[in-house]
Design a protein around this ligand. Structure first.
Ligand code: BGC
Length: 437
């Protein structure tokens, strides 16, 4: 092997090592995640906000027809769902639109007016009547009741002004009135993870965790009321869903590339784990790490899109992986990447894989921590409802997550199942609205 190739391989191994997590590292993540969960539940300062969702899991017997509005990372969706009362539900109609970047970063009023106008289009023939709306709002919200809550901070690139610290239900209700939809009543507010859990639990009684791996990442779980120390109503024998807001977990070892991506973000120092895991960041993280090989003269990228910020999208990482073993021209065609020499492609793919593998292992460790918090011996069955494009479209991510979770849970891991719950976030809030009326 000539010295040029040896040097390239050496640098590549060094970069891969920076993304490596040993079993010991994962055990430490589980333990510090537990510490943060406990302090968060006690209402003390913690990375994990542990936000009460003001609802238990549904029973499956809920009935009725509901509207649901789902604002996620990039899209806005309205659905009309009908719940049968026997665990089965049907989406009667749905409509989806992209939220323009200018609105994510403009005024809150313009953003909420846009949302209300989308609902108006959905209901175009209806001018009155009573409509109950479930509102899925996929950001950290401190709920005051089932249908009200204050936005703590924006995440995922949103910065719309005048919303942080405000009751998002009120802002939506006001926008609905301005749009002539005062007859639509917001019956429930929920995080997307909570919606996902509820949608799955409607037909699966062992579902007690909801997780999203999409533009952003987060999870929620079912906690005993007696363990939610900070919650005034923590008496009684029931349980309540807790929105962990795990994207903000920071007790993780960051490498030089994590630090670069954090500094460039519009929320430096926050959402540390989200920046290591979610779709909004993984492509860029891989691009920055691949850039190191170029900076050291090990690969040639002069004419490649990888030289530009945003030049590698998370979806291209999936394409790179699924194209493994195919011809160079086919891989390039499939991924849409240009300006990468054939001899450099394996190194580019190896770094992409290292980035995704770490993301999946951290996710598995945190899911394992959540399961063990509820049930240290894993004596019961648990189902984890999962949604999000990263889990859905990236086979390497979902495979590594599942394998890693199994290893971390050990001998009782067979009692823990993952169930894909596509579009659960919107449907689930309809279930929550029905469960609490
Ligand atoms: C938000 C969470 C949300 C997650 C997934 C994060 O950025 O803080 O509230 O659940 O993204 O959409």
């Amino acid at each position: 092997m000539n010295s040029k190739i040896k040097s390239k391989n050496r640098t590549l191994r060094e970069i891969e090592r920076k993304f490596h997590l040993s079993n010991d590292d994962l055990a430490k993540i589980i333990s510090s995640f537990h510490d943060e969960m406990k302090t968060g539940l006690a209402g003390k300062k913690s990375d994990l906000k542990m936000l009460p969702a003001f609802t238990d899991a549904p029973s499956g017997k809920e009935k009725g027809t509901f509207l649901a509005l789902d604002i996620g990372g990039t899209n806005l969706r309205v659905i009309e769902a009908s719940l049968s009362g026997n665990g089965s539900l049907k989406v009667l109609r749905s409509s989806k639109t992209r939220i323009p970047a200018a609105l994510m970063n403009g005024s809150g009023t313009a953003l909420f007016d846009f949302i209300a106008s989308h609902i108006a289009k959905f209901l175009h023939t209806k001018k009155s009547g009573k409509f109950k709306l479930g509102f899925t709002f996929s950001f950290p919200v401190k709920q005051k009741s089932l249908a009200s809550g204050l936005l703590i901070t924006w995440t995922k690139g949103f910065t719309a002004s005048g919303v942080v610290g405000k009751d998002v239900t009120k802002l939506l209700q006001m926008a609905l009135r301005r749009t002539g939809l005062g007859f639509v009543e917001i019956a429930a507010l929920a995080n997307d993870t909570v919606g996902t859990l509820a949608a799955c639990a409607y037909s699966c009684q062992s579902c007690d965790v909801g997780a999203i791996f999409g533009t952003g990442t987060n999870a929620c779980y079912l906690e005993k009321l007696s363990k939610i120390k900070k919650f005034g109503g923590a008496k009684g024998r029931g349980s309540m869903i807790i929105n962990i807001e795990w994207g903000n977990f920071s007790r993780l070892t960051r490498n030089e590339f994590d630090i670069v991506i954090d500094k460039k973000s519009n929320n430096p120092g926050k959402q540390v784990m989200e920046k290591m895991i979610s779709g909004m960041y993984l492509g860029e993280l891989a691009r920055i790490a691949i850039g190191k090989l170029y900076d050291l003269g090990e690969i040639e990228l002069e004419k490649s899109s990888l030289r530009r910020t945003g030049g590698l999208h998370t979806s291209q990482l999936s394409a790179l992986e699924t194209a493994k073993g195919e011809k160079y021209s086919e891989i390039i065609g499939k991924t849409g990447l240009s300006g990468i020499r054939e001899e450099d492609l394996p190194a580019v793919a190896a770094i992409s894989r290292a980035v995704v593998t770490r993301a999946a292992k951290i996710s598995a460790a945190c899911l394992a921590a959540v399961i063990m918090k509820m049930d240290p011996q894993i004596a019961r069955k648990h189902t984890i409802a999962v949604d999000g494009a990263l889990y859905e479209n990236h086979p390497g991510f979902s495979r590594t997550l599942r394998n890693s979770l199994k290893n971390l849970l050990g001998k009782n891991s067979s009692g823990v199942k993952i169930r894909k719950t596509a579009d659960g976030s919107g449907i689930g809030v309809a279930v929550i609205a029905a469960a609490n009326r």
